[in-house]
Design a binder for this molecule. Sequence first.
Ligand code: ADP
Ligand code: ZN
Length: 740
Amino acid sequence: MRFLSLQRARRSAHITHMPVIRARLLMMNAALGPLDYKVPDGMNVEYGQIVIAPLGPRQVTGIVWEEGRLPANSVPEAKLRPLLSAVDVPPIRGELRRLIEWTADYYIAPLAAVARMVIASGGALRGPATMTEYRLSGGMPDRMTPQRERAIAALEGEQATIRELSGLADVSEGVLRGLVNQGALEPVEVDVDRPYTRARHDFDEPDLSDDQRKVSARLVEAVATRKFAPILLDGVTGSGKTETYFEAVAEALKDDRQVLVLLPEIALTEAFLKRFGNRFGAAPVTWHSSLKSTERRRAWRAIASGEAQVVVGARSALFLPYANLGLIVVDEAHEISFKQEDGVRYNARDVAVMRGHFEAIPVILASATPALESLHMATSGTYEKLDLPSRFGGAQMPEIRLVNLTEEQPGRGSWIAAPLRRAMFERLERGEQSLLFLNRRGYAPLTLCRNCGFRFQCPNCSAWLVEHRLSQRLSCHHCGHETATPEKCPECGEPDCLVACGPGVERIADEVAEMLPDARVALVTSDTINTPEKAAQFVAMAEGGAIDVIVGTQLVTKGFHFPELTLVGVIDADLGLEGGDLRAAERTYQQVAQVAGRAGRGAKPGEVLIQTRHPDAPVIAALEAGDRDAFYDAETEARRHAGAPPFGRWAAIIVSAEDDAEAREAANRIGNSRPRLDDVMILGPAPAPLALLRNRYRYRLLLNARRSAELQKVIRQWLGQLDHPPGVRVGVDIDPYSFV
Ligand code: ADP
Ligand code: ZN
């Protein structure tokens, strides 16, 4: 059946696309404009075909594009060089070509940069491939060494490349090559593109609650209808949003169409994969930045051929060349990690909706704390909104209380106030779990010398170095610069004079260990949970009751479901409200509401204690009252008043150079040539809050436009007429999320 329908699709594609004689290529290199080539006799290319073309002595990759949609070039017919070959992968479909164009246009990015996100695996374009993996042969080496012994013990039942095995066994590749030579490891040839296990739509169907059934029926209908339908799935934490949208996934599977599920975090993926496997009997295809190149190729080709049924990935999975997409789900759709901050600065949540538009399919945005923009789209009728107002299985929403830090001061060098301490003692006594949240990695955000006042600063950035006691290093969270924590002050030479100022999660974990010496404490940050395996291990331990207290950064705010977790403590709810972030209130609300949502998800009720110095701040008061609508209403009015999104639009222009004067002059040049417009207000240039980043000096301009303004056109014309020295970079950030 499946095979037949694919055949039909292919044939009709041949009928509608006439063969091209002169082919205009979108080149994968942004420095090249579109180039025209001759299609040699006997070569059959369609629009969207990926081809190899000659350029001088080199071979370059391009995509055959509709001529009228790319700027023409004037090379006469007779001078055209012939294409070398067509790559044996399906052509990039028209729907995706339109998305590439839209993305480049909207985010003011080169077409090539967007197209490269589609061809995200160089390896995928090569011909059939096998690779060599190794496994234990059962034989023993002539000479045993401790390392060899360790490797053999660790590799029982494993089969992978030497590099991967070396990671698994924690020995060098040299040790493993020795074992190959000795015959203890044997090579196995495997097909890189071996098929994935098929998922089954009816593997283990859940019993949905009435609310869930109503919502899932509508989602299923939307998938079956095969029309564009943006849907906001707005359900409280623990309401079973995943369970519910899985029914829509099942419908697409039944219909042999592909599904893309975007997740914000790799740590979340593990818990998700397990649930997915339980429901559909097979793992989905995953896509994220730490895939090995062979896995990347395998996934890419399976996605392009239609073999991959469900893809679960980070934002970059959005641009892959799905053969027959039937549904997109953006889970935790409010998450800011869907916003890419370098290269093409796009927001995967918004582009997902555009992809749904071009593909004519439903897009589900699932969240307990939707972005104000999404909620506005729903109230204005652009998005459909489906609600899951209560937790599954009768679990109650947690009780939320504030701890006023101006009254309940913790002692010196301590950050956990008495009420939170008491609550943690109780939990430990009852054998229940607590979670403490502080969105700051490391031990302390600032280290200074008590003797001379010296402060450790990053040499490349205008930022303090953050002490990490676990790794005994001072590190910059912006550029990754690291140095060993010294014994004495580098300025005055005094020993034992360095003081840590302020808390990071490591310091909170220390405080917990001191306060509850018997408690088993897990520290959950991107420093400790940095691989899918570690994430899986953490989830298993927390679920199995092997952890009493979890201390974590934003990694722990979402996705996890630990029934024994009954207390959540927010160490510093005011942290996110500092600084010049225009979305600070919304982000604080989302983070605290999400982490609060981890409490009391099982049979036992949950309690949340929020430590704050500003109990009267509207966002904190709304959190205490559990009044989501009050928060959104107040924030909506504030945004309306400020002409901020969704009522107006923002864009940022970021100018940087290694030389401060050069950057400043370029920024001033841009500022001085600003257009005077009624519907666009332009602020700056001003030194960026992060005035130095990775050794580049930075200046920013902020545009605030009415919705009706043609913002992109204005920026393109404005910046297009200016030239800058080669060392100057000018970046445009449409709908920015970062203001540093
Ligand atoms: P959300 O994503 O809305 O926070 P989840 O989908 O994670 O909620 O559901 C919360 C918990 O309840 C999960 O452990 C999930 O397996 C369970 N659950 C939700 N709906 C059902 C159902 N219909 N049948 C069985 N378990 C369910
Ligand atoms: Zn730095």
